[in-house]
Each structure stands twice: as structure tokens, then as C-alpha cells.
Design a protein around this ligand. Structure first.
Ligand code: TRP
Length: 458
């Protein structure tokens, strides 16, 4: 592996471009699809509060750490860990684990992204208008989950978009896509929020999301909040090492990370304030699980005035969010092959995108036929297994690795210098170091221990 900065390596065109691309990575299905339904399942308020604490005191410090590793080394995760650790094999492995997990996650993420495309079309065709809850449930069940070809076709379309953008490179591909998609996404969110605020259920929804009520929160829920904080901020897989490596040495990483976290959290909360008023107004269950967005929302869109258009807007939003996240799972692995093996971007993107595509087909096929797949989440389908292993094990382990690496392995002078470079908040260094050395590792070890215990006892 070469030591110097590669000639012709990608770079962001502007700081705003980087913020939008990183926020595009963070804002995804995790915010609009997953966060509302796990909030619903965990009873709202208190869960949201715990989640906010996890973002601020664990997620944000780890995010800063990841971006700093990338900015300092100007390299993709494997080479970055290799150089900064003084060529220790274990850290190179951590890099490989991260980029592989990103590719694995993308295989099923793309299938769900395909569902969003399918739903844009369904909404525009007026499929939901006046349909009964049973019909809409069946459109998701037999119509989508039960149909191999529908799944594979949309997965193909979605992966094609992701590959197409990554082929364009850092500046012309990823950054340009984020500069178009993210502002559009913010506008769509505001439009939908404006609509949700006029619903009768808005105040009920707002107190569900913000008023801390302890009733439904369990220890498992607290750990789920931490796990989701990692997923939603795109931590632990080297995505942000990769994106950070396209930054120049003096960019302010602390302020930028805070901005990204605030944007991501804002979108998650606004998504709840869009979804729950509609759910409550139409008398549906907030704890409906993964079907919340794909079943409950269409039922509501089907019975409201203007629901056709709103439904289409909503699923466009979901799609845009998914696309900018998907490219951020493909890019780290592509960049690794470019940096470490000297591949051309075109070859790396096609080979890796193609492999992920094939694995995604296995995910899509593995769902066909069993209708209530969300009822046995730890069941045997490829889709569920990949989701389970990556989200529950690889992400926390990757986050732990970043915290231990920046907190304990990298010499203090180096981390202090990196943290302070270009930042107005250099004085916060001791706090950051404390959070990385103690708070984040202890919290993550609790999550992993709990999972371990659960796996053993179930
Ligand atoms: N953060 C994205 C979401 O909320 C998903 C994502 C994109 C991600 N890149 C990642 C998760 C890297 C973990 C690691 O949907």
C-alpha cells in the first residue's frame, strides 16, 4: 500500500457539498422508515429522549472520530487504519469488516429502496384511492413481498441508479447528486409537515413523540436507541472515513459533524411529525412495525383528499433519502479497491456494484412466499439474516473500533492536533476524548453484551 496521497484522488468541490453528501448518507430509510416505527413500538417520548442522548454523547463523538481518520490519512478505510495504526494487521481487518458490512447492508437496503420506487408508481396510479385496509395490506404482502419479479425489477432499477452515481466519482457523481436530491428532500419534508399540521391528530402525535412517558420503554428499547443512533448517522462502516478522506486538511470537522447530526435528527423527528398525525387521525396503531410506512400510510393516503399526490410526494421523499444513503455504502468498498489495489473507478464500481446486486437478488428471492416476514425478524431468510448481523453486530463493533482507535490507540498529541485543526471548538477536546475513551465504549459493550445474552437465551 502506498504511503503518499494518490494523484487524482477525488475531492469535494465545496464544504457545503461535503455536508450535503454526508447528510445524504445519514438521512435515509433509517430516518423515514425505521425511526418512526421503532419509536411507535417503544411508546414514543422517552425512547426519543434516550435516542437524542445517544446521538449527542456517543454518535456525534464517534462521527467526529471517523471523519478525522479520513481527513488525516486521505485514504479509504482499509488504508486509513493501516497507516494510522502503524501497519497493524488487526486494524486493517477492522477496515475490511466495515467496508464489507457496508456492501452487505446495501444488498437489502437496495431491495427496500426498490419498494419506495414501486410505491411512487402505485401512488401515482391511484392504487390506494378508496382501497380497503385489506386490499392495501395485500398490495404489500402478496403484491410486493410475494412477487419475486416485482422485487427483482425494482432492486435492479435502484442499484442501477446507485451505480450510475458512484461511477460519476466524488465530485461529479456523489456531490452533484446530493446537491440536487437533498434540497429537494428538505422541501418535500416541509410540504408534508405543513399538511400533517392541519390534521386533527397533530397535537396527539406531537405529545406522543415529545412527552416522555415511561410505559413502553424496556432495557432492550434503550439499546435499540443506541444501535439506531449508529445506523442513522452512518457510523461504524467507514462511510465517513471515506467521505472525510475527500476533505482538505483544514476543514472544520467538529462544526460540520454537529451540522450533519442536527440535520439527521431533524429529519427523523419531522418524519415522525408527518407520519404519526396521519396515523392518529385515521385511527391506526403507532406500533404497527415495519409496515407503518408501507401499509398504514397508504391506507391513510387512500382515504384522504389529495392523498394521491401526497402519497406520491411521500414515497419520492423516501426514495431520494434512500438513494443518497445507498451510494454512501457502495463508495467505501469502491474507494478501497481504487486506493489499495489501484483499480480504475469504473472497474471497481461495476464489479462491486454487480456483486452487491447479485446478493440483493438473493435477499429479494428469500422473501418471496412468506408473507408475515416482519413477525419473525430473526428468522432464516437471507434478507433478515444480513440485516440482523450487520445492523446488530457489525455496526456497534465498527463504532467501538473507532472509539477505541481514536481514544486509546492514536497518540494523544496526534488526536488533539487533528481535533483542533481548522476548528473553533478546539477547547472541547478533553470532553470529546473522555466521551470516546469511556462513555462510548462502555455503552457499546453493553449493547453487544445484551445481544449476546439474548442470542444465548433465545
Ligand atoms: N444512515 C442511513 C440511514 O439512516 C444508512 C446508512 C448509509 C448507513 N450509510 C451507512 C448505515 C453506513 C451505517 C453505515 O438509512
Amino acid at each position: 500500500m502506498d504511503e503518499g496521497k494518490q494523484v487524482g484522488r477525488g475531492a469535494w468541490g465545496s464544504r457545503l457539498g461535503f455536508v450535503l453528501a454526508a447528510a445524504g448518507s445519514a438521512v435515509g430509510l433509517g430516518n423515514i422508515w425505521k425511526f418512526p416505527y421503532i419509536t411507535g413500538e417503544n411508546g414514543g417520548g422517552l425512547f426519543v429522549f434516550v435516542y437524542l442522548l445517544c446521538i449527542a454523547f456517543i454518535g456525534l463523538p464517534v462521527m467526529i472520530g471517523e471523519i478525522l481518520i479520513g481527513r488525516r490519512t486521505q485514504a479509504s478505510p482499509v488504508a486509513a487504519y493501516d497507516r494510522m495504526s502503524g501497519h497493524r494487521r488487526m486494524w486493517r481487518l477492522v477496515g475490511w469488516m466495515g467496508v464489507s458490512a457496508g456492501a452487505l447492508i446495501l444488498s437489502f437496503y437496495s431491495v427496500v429502496g426498490g419498494w419506495a420506487m414501486h410505491y411512487v408508481v402505485l401512488a401515482l396510479q391511484g392504487t390506494f384511492a378508496g382501497a380497503s385496509p385489506e386490499q392495501i395490506g395485500a398490495a404489500f404482502g402478496e403484491g410486493l413481498l410475494g412477487s419475486t419479479w416485482t422485487n427483482v425489477a425494482w432492486h435492479t432499477a435502484f442499484m442501477a441508479i446507485a451505480v450510475g452515481i458512484v461511477l460519476g466519482g466524488v465530485h461529479r457523481g456523489i456531490e452533484s447528486a446530493a446537491k440536487i436530491l437533498m434540497p429537494t428532500l428538505f422541501v418535500l419534508l416541509v410540504v408534508l409537515l405543513g399538511f400533517a399540521m392541519q390534521q386533527d391528530g397533530f397535537s396527539e402525535a406531537a405529545s406522543f413523540v415529545f412527552a416522555p412517558s415511561a410505559e413502553n420503554l424496556t432495557a432492550g428499547g434503550v439499546l435499540e436507541a443506541l444501535g439506531h443512533a449508529f445506523f442513522t448517522l452512518s457510523l461504524g462502516l467507514g462511510t465517513l472515513i471515506t467521505y472525510g478522506s475527500y476533505l482538505a486538511g483544514k476543514d472544520d470537522v467538529v462544526t460540520t459533524s454537529a451540522t450533519i447530526s442536527v440535520l439527521d435528527t431533524g429529519v427523523a423527528l419531522v418524519s415522525c411529525l408527518i407520519i404519526f398525525p396521519i396515523i392518529f387521525t385515521f385511527g391506526m396503531e403507532p406500533g404497527a412495525g415495519p409496515g407503518l410506512v408501507f401499509v398504514s400510510m397508504p391506507i391513510a393516503f387512500g382515504s384522504m383528499k389529495g392523498g394521491l399526490l401526497l402519497g406520491a410526494v411521500f414515497f419520492f421523499l423516501l426514495l431520494f433519502a434512500a438513494v443518497t444513503s445507498a451510494i454512501s455504502m457502495l463508495e467505501p468498498m469502491a474507494a478501497t479497491f481504487i486506493d489499495s489495489f489501484g483499480w480504475k473507478r469504473r472497474r471497481a464500481t461495476w464489479v462491486i456494484g454487480g456483486s452487491i446486486y447479485l446478493l440483493g437478488i438473493a435477499c429479494a428471492l428469500s422473501m418471496t412466499g412468506h408473507l408475515g416476514w416482519w413477525t419473525d425478524i430473526f428468522g432464516k431468510s437471507v434478507f433478515d439474516s444480513i440485516d440482523y448481523i450487520t445492523s446488530n453486530w457489525f455496526l456497534p463493533l465498527g463504532g467501538l473500533a473507532v472509539a477505541v482507535f481514536m481514544g486509546w490507540v492514536v497518540p494523544e498529541e496526534d488526536s488533539r492536533e487533528e481535533f483542533g485543526a481548522g476548528s473553533r471548538f478546539a477547547a472541547l477536546y478533553p470532553l470529546w476524548r473522555f466521551l470516546l475513551r469511556y462513555v462510548a465504549p462502555v455503552a457499546i459493550v453493553c449493547v453487544i453484551g445484551y445481544l449476546f445474552y439474548n442470542t444465548l437465551t433465545s
